[in-house]
Design a protein around this ligand. Structure first.
Ligand code: MV4
Length: 447
């Protein structure tokens, strides 16, 4: 097991990882920018190293500074959290070259999944159902027209180096295709330095369902069920839940088993998320994330398993603490992302939190890095906390969520809490009747 883990992140996820390390008796080091000298992760860690000025590229993304912090403190492993360097293959490779363990998959697995064409080809080879479309990159207009005619309009053009909604263009008819292909490719070249694009059938009203997987590093794979992350705005998830209100037990087991087997065959190590669009009873792979995700606590709530403990165990060579048959699903969980933003426009609202009071009681978890008197710096993302609620079933979970939202106090800044108070009272949300476009339509109506 590791002696000392360096946490290369900030905010609630740095605390989340710190807690797991403390429970496992592992010493902790955090890195921070000058803007984060008063941050909670710095206060709670055994050691801290200031690695640079506020901009992320000079601090939390500065690989040399982070490797130097490992050398200075004698850390034998790095947990990257999510965002920042968590899906940077070069970072994973450099740490390995310094005999420091990256708590995550190999650089090669990160690289494959970062290239969306390669990821899709790999998924297909492993028996995961994919969206119908081109077999690899498309450059030629004639080829594009032939493929689009074959799969049927509308189609979507995606950048191979994109992902998470960046660099996509929809073509409703053949008349749109030429411009869509041209602009998608030019924009991808400018944004990512890689102009490769591919074509898929455009699914009009899907849900976003993702499967939590783990590889143990010894060729075994398991799944921890799915999360429904359809409620999002501009590709930022807002509300996530597990299990998905849309799936039945047969569908859950079918897609879970496909994913677990794929992870085993890939020889994958650590936590991963296989993302699908789900429409008319069918799953279509879109991307795989090779990190722990923001919304992992809903999976922890329904399985009772600490996913960060599992990441650390696997990275240290100790394997998973559970076999597939030990993973049981219990009840329902919902996560609300509390952002320092206007609840309607989502404009960031940094500043000082004058009062911070979190809800409590059975089935309530709050993961947050802020406190009363904390000044939110303007340099980083606006997530200030996550409210995760668990109940024996979805109805109980929603009742408890409504109550917890009533108790939550964040004064001094704007937050997304009022949006959640509206959503818990909405009939479509109560019925679990929503797709990936629901929230944006709801916000446009201004109800
Ligand atoms: C799609 C799609 C419809 N059809 N692919 C957006 C994020 C990226 N991971 C993939 N995305 C989409 N891919 C096909 N073939 C619609 C989206 C999409 C979306 C997906 C998940 C969650 C929210 C979304 C919002 C808009 C579009």
């Amino acid at each position: 097991m590791f002696q000392k883990i360096l946490i290369a992140n900030r905010g609630e996820i740095a605390l989340r990882v710190l807690r797991a390390c403390k429970e496992l008796g592992i010493q902790t080091v955090v890195v921070h920018s000058t803007a984060d000298a008063d941050a909670m992760h710095v206060r709670l860690a055994d050691e801290s190293v200031c690695i640079g000025p506020p901009p992320s590229r000079d601090s939390y993304l500065n690989i040399h500074q982070i490797v130097a912090a490992c050398e200075i403190t004698g850390a034998d492993a790095v947990h990257p959290g999510y965002g920042f360097l968590s899906e940077n293959a070069k970072f994973a490779d450099i740490l390995a070259a310094h005999n420091i363990t990256f708590i995550g998959p190999s650089g090669d697995h990160i690289r494959i999944m970062g290239d969306k064409i390669e990821a899709k080809r790999t998924a297909k080879r492993l028996g995961i159902p994919v969206v119908p479309g081109s077999d690899g990159a498309v450059t030629d207009q004639k080829e594009a027209k032939r493929i689009a005619a074959e799969i049927g309009y509308p189609v979507i053009i995606k950048a191979s180096a994109g992902g998470g909604g960046r660099g996509m263009k929809v073509a409703l008819t053949e008349a749109d295709l030429e411009i869509a292909l041209q602009t998608a490719s030019t924009e991808a070249g400018a944004a990512f330095g890689d102009d490769a694009v591919y074509i898929e059938k455009y699914l009009e009203k899907p849900r976003h369902i993702e499967v939590q997987v783990f590889g143990d590093g010894f060729g075994r794979g398991v799944h921890f069920g799915e999360r429904d992350c359809s409620l999002q705005r501009r590709h930022q998830k807002v509300w996530e839940e597990a299990p998905s209100p849309a799936l039945n037990a047969e569908e859950r087991a079918r897609i879970g088993d496909i994913c677990a087997k794929a992870i085993a065959d890939l020889g994958y190590s650590g936590a991963g998320t296989i993302e699908f669009l789900y429409e008319n009873g069918e799953f279509y792979f879109i991307e795989m994330n090779t990190r722990l995700q923001v919304e992992h606590p809903v999976t922890e709530a329904i399985t009772g398993i600490d996913l960060v403990h599992e990441q650390i165990r696997v990275a240290s060579g100790g394997g998973l603490s559970v076999k597939q048959e030990d993973i049981k699903f219990n009840g329902h969980a919902i996560e609300c992302r509390i952002n320092a933003e206007d609840p309607r426009t989502f404009t960031p609202s940094p500043g000082t939190i004058t009062h911070f009071h979190t809800p409590g009681g059975l089935g309530i978890r709050v993961d947050s890095g802020v406190y009363s008197g904390y000044k939110i710096p303007p340099y980083y993302d606006s997530l200030i906390g996550k409210l995760i609620v668990h109940g024996r079933n979805r109805v109980e979970c929603m009742m408890r969520l409504r109550r917890a939202l009533d108790e939550f106090v964040v004064d001094g800044i704007k937050t997304t809490l009022p949006l959640f108070r509206d959503l818990v009272g909405n009939a479509d949300i109560a019925n679990g009747d929503y797709d990936i476009h629901w929230l944006e339509k709801y916000l446009a109506k201004g109800e």
